[in-house]
Design a protein around this ligand. Sequence first.
Ligand code: HEC
Length: 112
Amino acid sequence: MKAMRLFAVALLLLSGGAISTSAVAASLEPPPGAASCSGCHTVSIRTKTDVPRIHGRNAAEIIAAMAAFRTGARASTVMDRIVKGFTENEIVQIANWLATQKEGRNVGQLQR
Ligand code: HEC
């Protein structure tokens, strides 16, 4: 009986651990649409680009810029069209994720 109870506690602990691990893994996954930004906004600090860098930027800054593109308050070549493909909630999630990202020296090295 005692062994059974121990087993149950161990199972609970294990599943608790599994749940929190998957929650962490999920928060590191890019939210829907976020990967599409990287096609133009490079993650690699080795790449020379005129497209402004957005990885690692403050989330509020990104959200504000996207809102300005949406209304047309800020002139743009492509972002006014891109932002219309996303809901405001999606933009918030993408901005929060981008803010956690770091530009890297080794990212995209293979494409050179
Ligand atoms: C087709 C290429 C392209 C894609 C895809 C793209 N962007 Fe952009 N982005 C640009 C360009 C070019 C600019 C400069 C403004 C303009 O001309 O539209 C810009 C500007 C921005 C800015 C303003 C940055 C600053 O420093 O002022 C933000 C924020 C931004 N993009 C976020 C995003 C997000 C978030 C996504 C993905 C949902 C995304 N962009 C997808 C090309 C792109």
